[in-house]
Design a protein around this ligand. Structure first.
Ligand SMILES: Cc1cc2nc3c(=O)[nH]c(=O)nc-3n(C[C@H](O)[C@H](O)[C@H](O)COP(=O)(O)OP(=O)(O)OC[C@H]3O[C@@H](n4cnc5c(N)ncnc54)[C@H](O)[C@@H]3O)c2cc1C
Length: 339
């Protein structure tokens, strides 16, 4: 069993950069450690949670009980044939480093998801997505500690219920602790340039390589999103709301400039609205409220200018949610997990 780390600072392990102390932390470097740690936590009756890189959480100043820091390393090709490759990766591996590694191995497929902060083990939780690609589409199976059966299990992707920013893991947060993810990268590859920014980057050019797509994605992201090392944030603070087509058309009449995207199969009659555009339309882009604020270049991102905390950012989020609800009649859901 790993050593218990008392009063462990998570200041460097939450991308908002809030001052956070974990009463007890355990660095999990091997799946086999989890059973004993969970037994100790349960017999002491402690609250607990799992943390990856801390880039999709809003943490309070003190995290009571135990915090499992997922630090399982290692990535390797586990199967390969002419159709595709299976890559097995430890939950603690940095996501972007892993994407770069796949490209170094001439295994394209994840390049649209480059530069998303956090760990491989957290990627399936909200089915990370960017530039028209969601990670669930490349997951073959997931190894996890099942807190119900107290055993290691392997879940095929078909049992993970991946949808937009959601999965079985997000729906049942205390059930599975992900230890390893198996990705399937098909040998047949073509660039996915559906998103306008990406399509524009390669307009009037030959079809790009996966490396070129990755570089373009990094460039676009660096331009649009604040680097958490420089200014604390958790990426998009709100999900893009999905509404029925009838509601979308009614809104479009009232707000002809409303930005939206097709959602899933067109026949389902749903539309994804751009939450950032709605917040901007309410005049809140760049709004500052003490130590926290709405990022001046991207209204979907809330930032910590320094000295902010969970209460201040959640109070700002509530102001935004109320204003968007009053203006558009649409509820904005908070994306990061709150503790
Ligand atoms: C600048 C910025 C840009 C971002 N851009 C995007 C984007 O484009 N698309 C996108 O989808 N997200 C984006 N995000 C959000 C974030 O990067 C992802 O959600 C990422 O997967 C979180 O990884 P993490 O390791 O930091 O997870 P954490 O923040 O540590 O944890 C998130 C949740 O997952 C749980 N969890 C973590 N690891 C495990 C595990 N091994 N087993 C079980 N549960 C676990 C935690 O308990 C918590 O509930 C962005 C964030 C930032 C700061």
């Amino acid at each position: 069993m790993p050593a218990m780390l008392p009063d462990f600072s998570l200041r460097a392990r939450n991308s908002f950069g809030f001052e956070v102390l974990a009463e007890q932390a355990y660095s999990i470097t091997d799946a086999e450690q989890i059973g004993a740690v969970m037994e100790a936590i349960e017999s002491a009756g402690l609250p607990w949670r799992v943390l990856g890189g801390g880039s999709n959480v809003v943490l309070p100043p003190t995290l009571s009980g135990a915090t499992l820091l997922m630090d399982i390393a290692g990535q390797a090709i586990s199967q390969q044939d002419e159709c595709g490759t299976v890559v097995s990766v430890g939950a603690g591996v940095n996501w972007h480093d892993f994407v770069i590694w796949t490209l170094d191995q001439s295994l394209p497929g994840l390049e649209n998801l480059a530069l998303i902060p956090g760990t491989v083990g957290a990627a399936p939780i909200q089915n990370i997505g960017a530039y028209g690609v969601e990670v669930g589409g490349n997951i073959q199976s997931i190894e996890a500690y099942d807190c119900h059966s107290k055993t290691m299990v392997t879940l095929p992707a078909s049992e993970c219920a991946f949808t937009y920013r959601n999965s079985i893991f997000k729906a049942h947060p205390k059930r599975y602790i992900i230890t390893r993810v198996h990705f399937y990268l098909p040998a047949a590859w073509s660039p996915r340039l559906r998103y306008a920014d990406l399509a524009a980057a390669f307009a009037n050019r030959h079809a790009p390589t996966a490396e070129e797509v990755m570089v373009a994605v990094c460039k676009i992201r660096n331009h649009k999103l604040p680097d958490p090392k420089l200014i604390g944030n958790a990426g998009s603070f709100f999900q893009n709301p999905i509404v029925e087509n009838a509601q979308y058309l009614a809104l479009l009449k009232q707000f002809p400039e409303l930005v939206s995207y097709p959602e899933g199969d067109e026949r389902e009659g749903k539309r994804k609205l751009a939450a950032g555009w709605m917040i901007d339309h309410c005049g809140l882009k760049g709004k500052r409220d003490g130590a926290v604020g709405v990022y001046q270049h991207q209204a979907l991102v809330l930032v910590n200018h320094g000295g902010g905390n969970a209460d201040s950012v959640l109070a700002l989020a509530k102001t935004i949610q109320d204003k968007v609800q009053d203006t558009f009649g649409v509820a904005l859901l908070i994306e990061p997990i709150r503790y």
